[in-house]
Ligand binder design. Structure first.
Ligand SMILES: Nc1ncnc2c1ncn2[C@@H]1O[C@H](COP(=O)(O)OP(=O)(O)OP(=O)(O)O)[C@@H](O)[C@H]1O
Ligand SMILES: [Mg+2]
Length: 268
């Protein structure tokens, strides 16, 4: 399992938009890391850089000591929108994760060997959906679909799983279920996991380590005990709020106790 290293990474989209500003950190193999930060902080950019979907403007990203160049195999991605094929079964969708292993043509032709099929069933078992393997995605709940999305990522036999707000569109219970299965998969398969989350209280339950990102910089790096209300205020508001002058609905207590999104707004 590889280590992830960011060294002085900047991503500048245009003159005005510095999405990542000289970011350096190391993630050890097997860590379950959650990216926290307000909208526009740079979380998705960080995940896209890690996935090779975006090139950093400056700096170096290494996985397992090797400079990251373009899309790397061994990285599974889970998205907020699950992008399942609705008419396909859970099994068919999970199996489509073998695409990157087998090449597009074989996968498009549905040419999967027994090992792929076994891997897909194992992945569905990992996310608790073996009994639903034959069910079409269109008849599944949002949480189940997202678990199929995780299974599809697992079928790629990844060493690293990246997830960009995987539970943002789910209710708190479904969100916890999905996070529980993501964590279980990571633990069982010793995966290095980096996920962004807007629901701070859910993040606290599952993260081993948190990176707080604000204005493209990592301003917090610690575990759940280190992540005090003051630190959360610093991440989301730029400074401790002290609980006095904060408008209703955005105090850190509420951010910690409810499933409102971190910036106080509701997410569809
Ligand atoms: N393709 C792009 N072109 C130009 N600017 C971009 C692009 N993608 C992101 N940005 C900008 O870069 C900054 C960081 O965006 P990013 O999407 O990484 O934030 P985020 O932390 O994921 O936010 P959110 O919580 O809303 O998903 C923002 O200012 C955003 O507008
Ligand atoms: Mg984002």
């Amino acid at each position: 399992m590889p280590t992830i290293e960011f060294e002085d990474v900047s991503k500048i989209y245009d003159e005005d938009t510095v999405a990542l500003d000289d970011v350096s950190f190391t993630i050890d193999e097997g860590e379950f890391v959650i990216l926290l930060g307000p909208s526009g902080a740079g979380k998705s950019t960080m995940l896209r850089v890690l996935n090779g979907l975006t090139q950093p403007t400056e700096g170096s990203v290494r996985i397992g000591g090797e400079e990251l160049q373009g899309n790397r195999s061994g990285v599974g991605m889970v998205f907020q929108e699950h992008y399942l094929i609705e008419s396909k079964t859970a099994f068919g969708n999970a199996l489509s994760g073998a695409l990157s292993r087998n090449g597009l043509l074989r996968s498009a032709l549905g040419m999967h060997d027994d090992e792929d099929k076994r891997t897909a069933l194992e992945a569905l078992q990992t996310v608790g959906l073996l009994d639903e393997a034959g069910q079409r995605a269109e008849s599944m709940s949002g949480g189940q679909k997202q678990r199929v999305g995780i299974a599809r990522a697992l079928v790629q036999n990844p060493e690293i799983v990246l997830a960009d707000e995987p539970v943002a569109s789910l209710d708190p219970k479904a969100a916890r279920d999905v996070m529980r299965y993501l964590k279980k998969a990571a633990t069982e398969q010793d995966l290095t996991t980096v996920t962004s989350l807007h629901q701070v209280n859910i993040a606290r339950e599952f993260g081993d380590r948190f990176l707080g990102i604000r204005d493209g910089e990592v301003i917090f790096d610690g575990d759940a005990d280190d992540l005090t209300m003051d630190e959360m205020d610093r991440i989301y508001y730029g400074e401790a709020q002290g609980g006095e002058t904060v408008p209703t609905g955005t105090t850190s207590e509420e951010l910690g106790e409810t499933d409102a999104t971190a910036d106080g707004g509701e997410r569809a």
